[in-house]
Design a protein around this ligand. Structure first.
Ligand code: ASP
Length: 753
């Protein structure tokens, strides 16, 4: 018997070892690294300890990683608060400082002194001070017999109490997030800086090189980085922007490894991945693949064809729509790749296999049957029921938030109009709203091109009408648009854009100067405002309630299913889905085989940029200076063997939100800046395949080469801690020289005695 036990143990160990050797899947919670991953990481080439990555007792790498702007990651690379993130993460800031005269998108921007660094109202950088498992406290008082509403209410109350207790008397914030679909809860104590200034950005021909064609694609040659600096008050604490603020002194900043990284080297990525859904049932994947993605892809294809054409034909529109275009096209291309990947992996069948295994386990014991026997049939029923509502929601989001901007702009008037037409008007509040609205109007028209918007309206509204089930549509579609305009949205658009007051900036500003209840009443009858409110009413009245109810049911099932999977289908180290919290993922620099007979090397070089170069091309033009540096091979410390590395790929399990994350070597030094995944990896938010999933990083040497040799901003390099064999040798030689001089002096002194 003992022998049998031992051999089971051995097999289990062997199996887990196989997994240890192969798997790079997983986004791990930093505070659990010690117990879950440290040994595995060290066996793969990690030279430090979990405590060096995350510690609450001393400075650690977490003190150099920030949530940048709430959606990306950034890392601190100098003792003076210098922050590195992606060009695409700083894109809207770079764009907001750009104009036809100062086109930083096209030409780049470099502050040559701290005085030239540009403030960015609203931009934040958030550090994690500590995190803790608070599951028991959050679930305190929760019972099985509670309704979902009661449960959620109690959880919310508990959370508020914990957050208040944990931040009392500090300038920190707290958030609590659900993990494993509400089976566990973690607390995050954070410190958010609000004065984050733009320091440098390469021209888009470097920072966005390859544009949409290369986005999500390997081999890649994009210098996707931008540099900011965090400012603090005199006490080194967060403060609103002020001229008196000073550069922030971080608790830790990353040393930079200029010796470089090679195939097979250990790599890890530390950042804030946004959202993954690795444990979904097959029905959910079926929705993504066969319903949601096709609708969203069609919608974005439609808008991009219009925006791209407008940007190509008008230089001003190119700047105005640059950030919007990027936002739309990034997800568009990702969804196409994701659908391909899901098909290629036969993801639905994969999930069905898991479900078959699960069902077999459930059937083993009556107790399991009782607890989990109904899970999968209920999933099936709920997913079927929610389908039209999910689709209507997808269309609503696509049209309302990524479609014709007149809709969002019109909806932004509602608060003011309501305030101005109240029975008892609060004058102070009204004045505040009027001022807010003036700022909105100016901001809106800065980046607005009406002819483009009209085209978007005419092309995208029919998609909504065609895609959304008739009883979930706004009444105006079924009445006015169908009856009066014969469902011709171009004609209907002519009416809306022609009649609305909202398209004339000067007029709106003068209306706001003399705003009154009477004007507000008139504006409430504006056709654009009526349309937008009908769309909002249809969504909030007809779609959202049923969607939310069914979604709550699904979430509840998911909570049980997640728990049940962990019990019935044990595998080493289930990791929680990404939820915009700090995670570490590790793997190694490695190439892959994307298709039969195709092998990808794990890094690219500057010669690839020269090969892709197409003069005057929107996507593949290259700055003359970069070509000169390539010709003369003037790479300084940043090149190796006459080569300038540009990007590399590694098997690190990343997601959106990991954009801008540090890629770190086994000794805790920065070797790259994560910015993307390969085309074949885009399904990794739903199913991860270690053989082909790769993240893409800019090699840190290319980043520094551009800052130093291309932009001449070497004052920034002097702030950083560089690790390089030549520098080390130079330092060693200097040290030896000083020692020799001292020895000589001593000898002479002795002689003289
Ligand atoms: N480039 C990606 C993004 O920002 C990063 C990723 O998803 O891997 O969406």
């Amino acid at each position: 018997m003992l022998k049998f036990r031992i051999s089971i143990l051995l097999v289990a160990l062997l199996l887990s070892n196989v997994r240890l050797v192969q798997a790079s899947e997983g986004m791990w919670l930093p505070l659990l690294l010690k117990s879950m991953n440290e040994g595995d990481m060290q066996s793969r080439g990690f030279k430090l300890t979990a405590e060096d990555i995350y510690s609450i007792n001393r400075n650690s790498m977490k003190d150099a990683v920030v949530h940048f702007g709430g959606g990306c990651t950034g890392e601190i690379i100098s003792s003076e608060g210098l922050l590195l993130t992606n060009h695409h993460c700083g894109y809207s800031q770079i764009q907001s400082h750009s104009s036809l005269e100062n086109d930083y998108l096209s030409n780049g921007f470099w502050a040559m002194s701290k005085e030239e660094e540009l403030p960015n109202p609203g931009l934040t950088a958030t550090f994690i001070i500590r995190m803790a498992d608070v599951t028991w406290k959050v679930l305190d008082g929760v019972t099985e017999s509670m309704s979902e509403e009661e449960r959620q209410k109690l959880i919310k109350d508990n959370m508020e109490k914990i957050k208040a207790q944990e931040t009392e008397g500090t300038h920190y914030d707290a958030s609590i997030k659900a993990f494993y679909y509400g089976n566990e809860y973690y607390l995050f104590i954070t410190e958010t800086f609000k004065d984050v200034r733009l320091v440098g950005a390469p021209p888009s021909s470097i920072g966005k090189f390859g544009f949409d064609t290369d986005n999500w694609v390997w081999p890649r040659h994009t210098g996707d980085f931008s540099i900011f600096r965090i400012y603090a008050n005199q006490d080194n604490q967060p403060a609103e922007y002020s001229k008196d603020n000073v550069p922030f002194t971080p608790r830790h900043h990353f040393p930079i490894n200029l010796n470089g990284v090679e195939e097979g080297d250990f790599t890890m990525v530390y950042g804030f991945p946004g959202r993954t859904e690795e444990y979904l049932p097959s029905y959910a994947v079926d929705y993504v693949l066969n319903v949601g993605n096709p609708a969203k892809i069609e919608s974005r294809r439609t808008s991009l064809s219009i925006i791209d054409a407008a940007m190509r034909s008008d230089a001003k529109v190119r700047i105005q729509y640059a950030a919007k275009q990027s936002r739309i096209s990034n997800a568009y291309k990702k969804w196409i790749g994701q659908s391909r990947g899901l098909k290629r992996l036969k993801a639905i069948e994969m999930k069905e296999k898991v479900e078959a295994e699960f069902t077999a386990k459930v059937n083993e014991k009556p107790k399991y049957k009782e607890d989990y026997g109904q899970l999968l049939p209920q999933f099936k029923e709920k997913y079927e029921a929610v389908k039209p509502y999910s689709l209507a929601r997808d269309y609503f989001i696509e049209i309302f938030y990524y479609g014709p901007e007149i809709l969002r702009f019109a909806s932004g008037w509602n608060t003011l109009l309501a305030e101005a037409t109240k029975a008892e008007v609060d004058e102070a509040k009204l004045q505040e709203e009027i001022e807010k609205q003036k700022r909105r109007v100016k901001g809106f028209f800065k980046n607005y091109h009406q002819p483009t918007d009209e085209k978007l309206f005419a092309a995208m509204m029919p998609l909504y009408q065609k895609g959304v089930q008739a009883n979930l549509q706004p009444d105006v579609f079924t009445n006015l648009v169908a009856k009066k305009y014969g469902n011709d949205f171009e004609k209907y658009g002519d009416f809306i854009y022609g009649k609305t007051l909202l398209m004339n900036e000067a007029n709106l500003l003068s209306i706001l100067d003399k705003f009154s209840g009477k004007i507000a009443k008139k504006m409430k009858a504006d056709p654009a405002i009526i349309l937008t409110n009908q769309m909002l009413d249809a969504y909030w009245g007809k779609v959202r309630p049923t969607y939310s109810n069914l979604k709550n049911d699904i979430d509840r099932l998911m909570r049980t299913y997640m728990d049940a999977q962990r019990i019935l289908l044990p595998k080493p180290n289930y990791y929680p889905d990404a939820n915009s919290t700090l995670r570490l993922t590790y793997g190694k620099m490695e190439g892959y085989n994307p298709a039969d007979a195709v092998t990808y090397r794990s890094y690219t070089t500057l010669s690839g940029i020269a090969q892709k170069y197409i003069p005057e091309s929107y996507e593949f033009d290259v700055p003359g200076k970069l070509l000169d540096l390539y010709e003369t091979k003037d790479y300084g410390l940043y090149g190796k063997n006459g080569e300038m590395r540009v990007c590399f790929i590694a098997s690190n399990h990343t997601s959106g939100g990991n954009s801008g994350s540090p890629v770190i070597d086994g000794e805790g030094n920065l070797i790259g800046l994560n910015f993307d995944r390969t085309w074949e990896s885009t399904m990794s938010d739903i199913v991860y395949d270690p053989t082909i999933c790769r993240n893409i990083a800019v090699d840190i040497r290319y980043v520094l080469f551009i800052i130093d040799k291309f932009a001449g901003a070497s004052h920034l390099i002097s702030e950083m801690d560089l690790i390089h064999a030549d520098l080390a040798a130079k330092k060693e030689a200097e040290r030896a020289k000083i020692k020799a001089e001292l020895d000589k002096e001593r000898e002479e002194r002795l002689k003289g005695q």
